[in-house]
Write a protein that binds this ligand. Structure first.
Ligand code: NAD
Length: 363
């Protein structure tokens, strides 16, 4: 019997519902064309949930996520809720809560620039003439963002603040394994980034990654210090394949790689836990500056759906079909506002429709 899958759809705030609408159109087409047993159920999250239910993460939403096989999220937050206290802001009280609740320890952030689309990159053409295809594998539940103590201290007329960086071997091993497995299905290269010339946690990171690499003899491992890595990526992004990073370093490196593709509106992400359960969302936020204008780029949301099909449902063919159709649509010259010359561009809905046309043609 065919397996049934459930996706919890959380459109959220700002441009979230606009771009989610395009991803849902694609789910509908795929279901029809391939006779897929995928059920979708929409839930409120973020600012809209505060307005409607008095909380950014209603019980019904969390329950809906728990009984689903994967979560597809739009974006959360916006100026309307900025005046709330930090812990009540929708980003913290819903998104960070969900990430912690499901223990999403790995964050996958692909950044792909096709050589024929290299004019989109802010880098000089001669640097990106071959394009690039980088996958950042970022550790998401450890390191300085979660280490304790993390607080301000007032003592003897002094006012300090302290954050703590902490990693154990187990945390490093499990994220390193993911990086090597991903590289084994790509171009067999892992670059691990740390600051082991200074930090103890980085020394343990490097030793542990070296040890794990022995189990993957086909994958070439190299190490870079964080400061050098930032420069090398700008200088020659094409030489990278999988980049493995601790939490804070990954936060910065994944955004750097992302913007080199031209727009945050085309960058998907996946956050996964040890059971392979995942949350899939655009790398960008709710973009209040363009909300309601029908000009947001839906590609990040559509590629997040593609990652969901691959990582949570093992539907690699359909994931590849979506990726190919997105690339084909861009190569035909269709551009949303963010990647256009600002004179000639298509709307969010039109971009979704063009990608659907390619999906139908290419199958
Ligand atoms: P942002 O990513 O929302 O916007 C930054 C810039 O990128 C804006 O100019 C925006 O128009 C543009 N942009 C983003 N996505 C786009 C798309 N799909 N198409 C075209 N252009 C796009 O970052 P911000 O302005 O710093 O944050 C706005 C709100 O989003 C804040 O409340 C922030 O906390 C929240 N946020 C949420 C998430 C999330 O839901 N995961 C992530 C980051 C920020």
């Amino acid at each position: 019997m065919k397996k049934r899958y459930k996706i919890a759809i959380l459109p959220g705030d700002g441009i979230g519902p606009e771009v989610m609408n395009e991803a849902c159109k694609i789910i509908k087409i795929l279901k029809k064309k391939f006779n897929l047993m995928i059920e979708t159920q929409e839930y409120d999250i973020g600012g809209i949930a505060i307005d409607k239910h008095g909380t950014a993460l209603p019980k019904k939403t969390l329950k809906g996520c728990k009984k689903s096989d994967a979560i597809l999220l739009g974006s959360i937050g916006g100026p309307k809720w900025n005046s709330l206290s930090p812990k009540n802001r929708p980003e913290v009280s819903s998104l960070l809560y969900i990430r912690k609740y499901f223990n999403f320890f790995v964050n996958l952030r692909p950044s792909l620039l096709l050589n024929k689309l290299n004019y989109l990159s802010p880098l000089k053409k001669k640097i990106v003439k071959k394009g690039f295809d980088i996958l950042c594998v970022r550790e998401l539940t450890g390191g300085i963002y979660f280490g304790k103590p993390s607080k301000e201290i007032k003592k003897k007329n002094q006012h300090y603040a302290i954050d703590t960086t902490i990693y154990n071997k187990y945390e490093i091993k499990r994220i390193a394994k993911i990086a090597f497995q991903e590289a084994s299905n790509r171009n067999f290269k892992v670059t691990s980034i740390d600051k082991s010339n200074v930090l103890q946690t980085s020394k343990l990171w490097r030793k542990t990654v070296d040890k794990i690499s022995k189990k993957y003899p086909k994958v070439k491992l190299s190490h870079l210090y964080f400061d050098n890595a930032v420069m090398q990526i700008i200088k020659n992004p094409s030489k990278f394949d999988v980049i493995l990073c601790p939490n804070l370093i990954g936060d910065i490196i994944s955004d750097e790689c992302g913007i080199l593709t031209g727009s945050i509106g085309m960058l998907p992400s996946a956050s996964l836990n040890e059971k392979g359960f995942g949350l899939y969302e655009p790398a960008g936020g709710s973009a209040p500056d363009i909300q309601g204008k029908n000009i947001a780029n839906p590609i990040a949301q559509i590629l997040s759906l593609s990652m969901l099909l691959k990582h949570s449902f093992n539907m690699n063919n359909l994931s590849n079909l979506i990726n190919y159709s997105v690339q084909k649509t861009l190569l035909k010259g269709f551009q949303t506002y963010d990647i256009s010359d600002k004179k000639k561009f298509i709307t969010t809905e039109q971009m979704g429709n063009e990608i659907i046309k390619s999906i139908i043609q290419d199958y």
